[in-house]
Design a protein around this ligand. Structure first.
Ligand code: FE2
Length: 589
């Protein structure tokens, strides 16, 4: 059975194709259109998925959209009417958005793809998140917790999933919290208040939190009332996201926390004002963690299951995830590589396969690499035409030379195989660098990523060595498989891992298994042999404001426009002319 899953129209649209119960292709629209967080109907992603599998739309058994547009429309309409007349300015815009192509999804999908309307199915938004989390995890029975900004009405749901011996599957969502009460919206409101972009920069709040102390935690707790079973309700006097598109927080919110940050002014942590913003970030982070912990503890007490699957954009919060693993009572916590809405394309297709069509249970391969493959030949051709130094090397030589490059302080763009699904580069579209000196972090922030100094970089380490460098709790390496947890760097290594250690002594570790990305694993081993430390700095291969690169040409363009010294795609290695000469001089000296 061939099922296409689609997520679109909120942020980060994507398509995924599931054939006989297993994903065969999945990609975010932004990676093909090159527009970051592209939310448009993902025609390019759909075409690529179908091409990849060599099938025509007519061969599809079903096309599944990841949420129910009419329910979402109902929520937008209800909220606008409830908030009238305060909402009057937002109302026409919301109606135009909802009444555009979003509500009429069945007809849109049917006409754009040329499939009969009867083949178009819908899942609920949080069912898609739950399926993306549970059905891709190597567990047969698990509690499920999904949390995001909002889908149709639900903003958080808890439940359980079972993959039974007879091949049947169930995903039962037991309870939900509904809009406008939303942990994702709470965090996003603070994201906006702190002068960052909502739905995009939430991780900057998490990074900034590391610099602060949670001195505003009691103030944040005033904005969210919690009940002992873990449920919560926002005090809506502090928020305006549900009534107006202009601003997500109210004047009472400003009375409580002080003036918001001007997005155009840098955060100076040496000033009282800068520290106030860091403290506020630390405070909302703490309250998010506490709230999630209460929900998860209650869910553990109720289900008595050892495994927890997390879905929804809130599951991108690696600090909270690590606390859930350590303190909620669950022994293992699974977070898929794309817990946000892009992953819902996979979730919706899998949900339809297992639950709607009742197809037999299948194991889903445990990796994030579902997108287009990079071509080393293409890189060689482009770079040679541009008169760069191009080598096509055997595997061993390439690994050794790249380890030498990293040892000598060169920054390496590393492209390999199929593109990752989800926001994190997990070894196929990465920028790699030596992790030892803080100067490397600053160079990457200034010359490559053009981003705030307070932003940390992540380390990648062979899974067997993760505990040597990082304090991994039981189950921690699993959470670190897709960089979903933040863990302390062991005190004795912090000095040697400065570029990947955050100011609070933690790191968002990727614990790499050899089978998942064998070439990167080999490079880590080779670098470990040379440096004595088998850890590399790993950040996504893209410039600020651009999506992660997909094809060789995008990798090459990124390489030209920033301080990357060496670019590798498959067995092709390109050395930047300028940087080669500089390094040669340095080497001679
Ligand atoms: Fe979502």
């Amino acid at each position: 059975m061939k099922i296409l899953g689609i997520s679109a129209h909120y942020h980060d649209a994507a398509a995924a194709l599931v054939v006989d119960g297993v994903p065969v292709a999945a990609v975010q629209e932004e990676r093909l259109s090159r527009r970051k967080n592209d939310a448009a109907f993902p025609l390019a992603a759909i075409e690529w998925c179908l091409d990849r599998a060599g099938i025509e739309p007519e061969a599809l058994d079903a096309v599944v959209f990841y949420e129910r547009p009419m329910l979402k429309f109902e929520r937008i309409l209800t909220c606008a009417l409830r908030a009238f007349p305060r909402s009057w300015r937002m109302f026409p815009k919301a109606m135009k958005n909802a009444l555009g192509e979003k509500v009429w999804m069945r007809g849109i999908i049917s006409s754009r793809l040329g499939v009969p309307a009867s083949k178009v199915l819908f899942t609920e938004h949080h069912q898609s998140h739950a399926a993306a989390a549970f059905l891709t995890a190597p567990t047969r029975s698990a509690a499920i917790l999904t949390s995001d900004g909002v889908g149709e009405w639900a903003t958080m749901s808890v439940g359980r999933g079972e993959r039974r011996a007879d091949g049947t599957t169930s995903i039962a969502l037991l309870r939900e919290i509904r809009f406008p009460h939303s942990l994702g919206m709470l965090y996003s409101t603070f994201t906006a208040y702190l002068g960052f972009k909502v739905n995009e920069d939430e991780y900057k709040v998490m990074g900034l939190a590391g610099y602060g102390r949670p001195t505003f935690a009691d103030a944040v707790r005033k904005t969210i009332r919690r009940t002992p079973d873990g449920a919560f309700a926002l005090d809506l006097d502090y928020f305006e996201f549900h009534t107006t598109a202009d601003r997500s927080y109210s004047s009472r919110f400003i009375d409580l926390f002080g003036p918001p940050r001007n997005p155009y002014e840098p955060i100076d942590l040496a000033t009282e004002e800068g520290r106030r913003f860091a403290d506020i970030a630390a405070s909302v982070q703490l309250v998010l963690e506490e709230t999630l912990l209460d929900v998860a503890r209650a869910l553990h007490a109720e289900t008595r299951l050892p495994d927890l699957c997390l879905g929804g954009g809130v599951a991108l919060n690696g600090v909270a995830n690590a606390r859930l693993l350590a303190e909620s009572g669950f022994e293992r916590v699974f977070v898929p590589p794309a817990p946000g809405d892009a992953g819902c394309a996979v979730g919706a297709a899998l949900y339809a396969d297992r639950i709607h069509f009742r197809n037999a249970d299948r194991d889903v391969p445990d990796h994030p690499f579902w997108g287009p493959s990079v071509s080393g030949d293409e890189l060689a051709r482009i770079a040679a035409e541009d008169k760069q130094f191009v080598d096509e090397l055997d595997e061993r030589t390439l690994i050794e030379l790249t380890a030498d490059d990293l040892m000598s302080g060169r920054i390496v763009g590393w492209m390999e195989g199929a593109l990752e699904l989800g926001p994190r580069a997990l070894g196929h579209r990465s920028i790699l660098a030596a992790p030892h000196d803080a100067a490397m972090r600053d160079r990457l922030n200034c010359e490559i990523k053009y981003r705030e100094q307070f932003r940390p970089f992540a380390p990648v380490v062979p899974v067997e060595l993760a505990e040597r460098y990082f304090e991994m709790p039981p189950g921690g390496t699993r959470l670190a498989r897709f960089m979903s947890g933040v863990f302390p760097v062991r005190a004795e290594w912090r000095d040697k891992l400065q570029a990947v250690t955050h100011v609070d002594g933690t790191a968002r570790v990727q614990a790499l298994e050899r089978d998942m990305a064998p070439r990167l694993y080999a490079l880590l081993e080779e670098y470990g042999r040379r440096s004595g430390i088998a850890v590399l700095l790993n950040t996504s291969l893209n410039l600020a404001g651009e999506p992660i690169v997909n094809r060789a040409v995008e990798g090459y363009s990124t390489f030209l426009r920033c301080g990357i010294d060496v670019l590798v795609a498959e067995r092709t290695r390109v050395l930047k002319r300028g940087s080669l000469l500089v390094k040669r001089k340095e080497d001679l000296a």
